[in-house]
Each structure stands twice: as structure tokens, then as C-alpha cells.
Design a protein around this ligand. Structure first.
Ligand SMILES: Cc1cc2nc3c(=O)[nH]c(=O)nc-3n(C[C@H](O)[C@H](O)[C@H](O)COP(=O)(O)O)c2cc1C
Length: 319
């Protein structure tokens, strides 16, 4: 499982960093893989309101946000961590939030559902210097709508007042233990999932569809990976098209090798669809072969037929 932490403070050793690191270190200790993304050190331009994403579902601004969209899609848990600047998140965090409009457009204009959407969780960590009663109202509302745009259910927040000088959060009587406890309660249900690895040759069609259906129908019970024995450069556009006919969004996916998939741990079950050679990386793991033909290079009707077959097989597997 994967936890993405978005750190919005421009201070490198600031309070927000300490709080988020505590959360992520505990998540990792439990077995999650994590990423601490220093948003303030990324090149993320503000949204230009050009409406391109409403037309074609993608943001045309070529900057670091293009690498962040796939991370937002892969994450099981997204933690947005930001100090309060003028009753809201920092400008750096706000730029990232505004650019998630592209994901909002994919969902609400293009009516495409990200397969992880039902299960992904979002959590807010925030702190500010003053003790104002409404200090976190602005950022909480922003977080709620950000998490909706990126396809995560908002699971609440930990917020701390009267934290100002760098490092002050470490002196707070409960903040760091609260963060650890929250990490445990959010991460544990994900760690109990069975892990299935779908493998085909290129990780461009069959294993991509199977992993998306499995995540879509049972992402709460199954952790899904997919890989190819000889991964292609890109996923197959015809596959993307037939999945979008079902309302399932395959954007931001990249074919991966079996070695890359192996880095996130040993699966409980491998399902191979013409992977050619056996998967030598996981000796002793149960392996099922699905005789699903490769639809690459065939007409769209064949791709649709394979999509139906893969979904049916995934449904039976889940049952
Ligand atoms: C530009 C700016 C605006 C701020 N606005 C607020 C504010 O509206 N309310 C507040 O309580 N603290 C405000 N602060 C204080 C920070 O939230 C506080 O120092 C926090 O601990 C910084 O966290 P960090 O160490 O993670 O950067 C502001 C600080 C800066 C630099």
C-alpha cells in the first residue's frame, strides 16, 4: 500500500515537516510504502483557467504537476499537511490543489471514475501560530473539496494552534503521538488486504484492465499490482478507450516491469495472461493462468470482448 504525504510549508525543518514525517515514519514502520513530497520545492504553476482540462481531461501546463497526477492516482492514503497562512493553506499547496482541477474535470465533466476512488482516504494535518476559534475552517473546507477532486474520502484532520517557531510542534504534549496513532488507524485496514499481481507481456492491455477492475470492485479487500514481462512504453490507447466506455478512467498509468512490481512486496497470488516465462521473482507464490488472448493490434470489437472477459474473470475471482 502507498501513502502520499503532501508537505506544503516552505520551511525545510518546519513544524509541518516534523508532523508529517512522524505520520509517514509510523506508516512505513507498519509496512506501507510512503512518499514525502515537498510541495514548496516543486515547480507547480498556478491554474491558468484555460479550460483545457474541461475539454480534453488533461492540464497543458508542463511542470512538476505532471509527475504528481499519477502519484495522486496511485495513493491509497493522501495526507495533506500545511501550516496556516492567512487562514488557508500555503500558496505552494494551493497551486497544487488548484491544478487538481484536471482530476475534478475527468470525474465531473468527462464522467470517468478512477478505479481507486471508492477506497482512497484523505487526511489533513495543519497548524498555525494563533489560537483563533476559526483558524482551521478555511483549510478544512479546501481539503474537503481537494480530496473530492482527487478521489479520496475525507477522513478528518489533526490541527494544532499556537505553534509558531520551527520545531515547536515537537514540544506539543500530544501532537506527535496523535499523528502516530492516526497513521496506525488509517493504514492498518489497507495492510490486511490480500495482494494480487496481474501479469501479461506488455502491461498495456490485459493486466492493466484486470488490475483496474479488481481495484474498482474490491480495492478495500484486495491490493492490486500489475506488470509486464516486457513492458511497453505506454498503455494501449484503444484499451483506454474501451475502459472509458465503462466509465473507468485509466489515465496516468504507465506499464511497469515485474521487477518494479516486486519492489512493493511479495504477492499472495499471481495471475498471468500469456506472461510467456514463469515469474521467477516470487518462488512459492500461487500462480493462476488466465487464457485471455492479447487484443493488441486487433479491432476495437476484440478489445471490448477482452474487456468483458477480463471483468467477468475478476468478478469471479473476487467472489
Ligand atoms: C505568510 C504567513 C502567514 C501566516 N498566517 C497565519 C494565520 O493566518 N494564522 C496563524 O495562526 N498563523 C499564521 N502564520 C504562522 C504559521 O502558521 C506558523 O508559524 C506555523 O507554525 C508555520 O509552520 P511551519 O513551521 O511548518 O512552516 C503565518 C505565517 C506566515 C509566514
Amino acid at each position: 500500500m502507498f501513502v502520499l504525504g503532501l508537505q506544503g510549508s516552505p520551511r525545510t525543518e518546519g513544524n509541518t515537516t516534523v508532523l508529517l514525517s512522524t505520520f509517514l515514519t509510523e506508516a512505513e514502520r507498519l509496512g506501507a510504502s510512503t512518499r514525502h513530497l515537498d510541495v514548496a520545492r516543486k515547480n507547480i504553476s498556478p491554474c491558468q483557467e484555460c479550460s483545457t482540462c474541461e475539454k480534453n481531461g488533461f492540464c497543458p501546463i508542463d511542470d512538476d504537476m505532471q509527475q504528481i497526477y499519477p502519484l495522486l492516482r496511485q495513493a491509497d492514503i493522501i495526507v495533506m499537511a500545511t501550516p496556516i497562512f492567512f487562514y488557508g493553506p500555503t500558496a505552494q499547496m494551493k497551486a497544487l490543489i488548484d491544478r487538481s482541477q484536471a482530476l475534478w474535470a475527468r470525474r465531473y465533466v468527462h464522467k470517468l471514475v478512477d478505479p481507486g476512488r471508492k477506497w482512497r482516504r484523505g487526511f489533513l494535518l495543519s497548524l498555525g501560530a494563533t489560537k483563533g476559534k476559526n483558524l482551521f475552517e478555511g483549510v478544512s473546507l479546501t481539503a474537503k473539496y481537494f480530496f473530492d477532486a482527487v478521489g479520496a474520502s475525507f477522513d478528518g484532520s489533526l490541527t494544532y494552534r499556537r505553534i509558531e517557531g520551527p520545531g515547536e510542534i515537537a514540544k506539543h504534549p500530544t501532537a506527535l503521538s496523535d499523528a502516530k496513532e492516526k497513521a496506525r488507524s488509517l493504514v492498518t485496514p489497507f495492510l490486511n488486504r490480500k495482494k494480487i499481481l496481474f501479469v501479461c507481456t506488455k502491461n498495456a492491455c490485459r493486466s492493466q484492465m484486470a488490475s483496474a477492475f479488481a481495484r474498482y470492485h474490491a480495492g478495500d479487500r484486495i491490493e492490486v499490482e500489475s506488470a509486464g514481462s516486457r513492458p511497453a512504453e505506454e498503455i494501449n490507447p484503444l484499451m483506454e478507450e474501451v475502459m472509458s466506455e465503462k466509465g473507468i478512467d485509466m489515465a496516468f498509468r504507465k506499464p511497469r516491469s515485474i521487477e518494479e512490481a516486486a519492489s512493493s512486496g511479495k504477492p499472495d497470488l499471481i495471475i498471468s495472461m500469456g506472461c510467456e516465462e514463469a515469474c521467477p521473482l516470487f518462488p512459492g507464490t500461487r500462480n493462476q493462468e488466465w487464457p485471455v488472448p492479447d487484443p493488441a493490434g486487433k479491432p476495437i470489437e476484440v478489445m471490448r470482448k477482452i474487456r468483458e472477459e477480463v471483468e467477468e474473470r475478476v468478478r469471479r475471482l473476487i467472489e
